[in-house]
Design a protein around this ligand. Structure first.
Ligand SMILES: [Zn+2]
Length: 154
């Protein structure tokens, strides 16, 4: 599970927190200042049998695509180390620079690269649609990501 929504995947983390058979990683706004505030910190690593199978990669408000993409690369490396056989991507597009409630600065064209990077994992992948509150741009950003994925998977 690789959650790229601006907000930490707190529900997903909680569901799988004590499981070793599902690796959960989330790239999101630092919960010290961003919703949901109470979960999503880097020291939440899983518990019990699930210890080591949760990875949080919080980034500060204002993070741009260079740092964000480097973080995505690290997340994908962790997915690979886990030995994933399939990937679920909660596809949040509220990382967009024009998003009214979020604080990253990805541009519409960046989502092609996001899709290509996700495809590089070479895994059967399911996208679930998540946040994205810049209503005029969310359709373009979703299509760009999926087109990038298709290009990368070809
Ligand atoms: Zn969100």
């Amino acid at each position: 599970m690789l959650d790229v929504d601006y907000h930490h995947g707190n529900g997903t983390q909680t569901i799988f927190y004590e499981r070793a058979d599902v690796f959960t990683v989330s790239i999101h706004g630092n919960p010290a200042t961003e919703y949901p505030f109470f979960l999503g910190h880097a020291d939440e690593l899983g518990a019990g049998a699930g210890e080591g199978f949760n990875l949080n990669l919080p980034l500060p408000r204002g993070t741009g695509f260079g740092t964000w993409q480097a973080t995505l690369t690290a997340a994908l490396q962790a997915v690979q180390r886990f030995g994933a056989t399939a990937l679920v991507v909660p596809m949040g597009l509220d990382t967009f620079e024009g998003d009214p409630i979020s604080g990253f600065t990805l541009k519409s064209a960046d989502y092609f690269s996001v899709g290509e990077s996700l495809a590089s994992a070479g895994l059967p992948t399911v996208f679930t649609f998540e946040g994205g509150y810049a209503v005029d741009a969310v359709g373009t950003n979703a299509v760009n990501l999926l087109e990038g994925f298709q290009r990368g998977a070809a």
